[in-house]
Design a binder for this molecule. Structure first.
Ligand code: DGL
Length: 251
């Protein structure tokens, strides 16, 4: 089976990593719109237009399904993309909500969603959690984490200062934190430590693997051999490949 993975840039590599670990597909085409990243600070219309253009990119590659690794695209453009596409399109938000439902049974549990400005503004996570019965939901835009991860300075004081900036008003650790942005799994340990390792962290990559296996009958280790991978980017593809080598270590 051949899958496409779309992201606004390099961040979707964190989702790709979980998918590769599970060995779900024979072939994966990864496309990052690096010429126009970040999407997380753009308006809804722009995000939809860029995402629909990405559909055209995948047409000649004839993928069997398209995975949207980007939370911002999943939040704003998924429905429009589905309307225009003959193949299944799967975003990361529904799997994230399923992961919360599987792991957090108490509907009064406090759930913090951290994501880009656009994802938080769309209220997609918040509304879906509310519809699932959760009542203590907080959305927080933490966009500065994106360049910190991309610059590779997550081990520096900059991250500590930024976490204090965003989180100091949260006095008790939330029961769950949704890492609602592709880049955040790379700083998951630091975020967890900030909250004294008391919060359950929900990762898009792990959640989407579960979703693909349970809702789309894709089996782990179903790919016959190691997944054939191809990377494409709308700008500077060699830089994307370099980041892939770093983020996907062991592949
Ligand atoms: N990939 C985006 C997301 O998961 C983060 C980077 C961006 O703003 O484009 O929301």
């Amino acid at each position: 089976m051949k899958a496409g993975i779309f992201d606004s840039g390099v961040g979707g590599l964190s989702v790709l990593k979980n998918i590769l670990n599970a060995n779900l597909f024979d072939e994966i085409i990864y496309y990052g719109d690096t010429a126009r990243v970040p999407y997380g600070v753009k308006d809804k219309e722009t995000i939809i237009n860029f995402s629909l253009e990405a559909l055209d990119f995948f047409v000649p590659h004839q993928v069997d399904m398209l995975i949207i690794a980007c939370n911002t695209v999943s939040a704003y453009a998924l429905e429009e993309m589905k309307k225009k596409s003959p193949i299944p399109i799967i975003g990361v938000i529904e799997p994230g909500i399923e992961a919360v439902q599987n792991k957090i049974k108490d509907k009064n549990a406090s759930i913090l969603i951290i994501a880009t400005q656009a994802t938080i503004r769309s209220k997609t996570y918040q509304n879906k959690l509310f519809q699932s019965g959760y009542r203590h939901i907080k959305g927080l835009a933490t966009g500065l984490f994106v360049p910190i991860v991309e610059e590779g300075v997550e081990d520096s004081e900059i991250l500590d200062v930024t976490m204090r900036h965003y989180f100091s008003s949260i006095l008790t650790p939330p029961e769950a934190i949704i890492l609602g942005c592709t880049h955040f799994p790379l700083i998951a340990d630091k975020i967890s430590q900030f909250f004294n390792n008391k919060s359950l962290l929900i990762h898009s990559g792990e959640a989407i693997v579960q979703h693909l296996c349970h809702n789309h009958s894709i089996k782990q280790n179903q790919a016959s051999k190691q997944t054939k991978l191809k990377f494409y980017a709308s700008s500077n593809p060699s830089s994307l490949e370099k980041t892939a080598q770093k983020w996907l270590k062991n592949f």
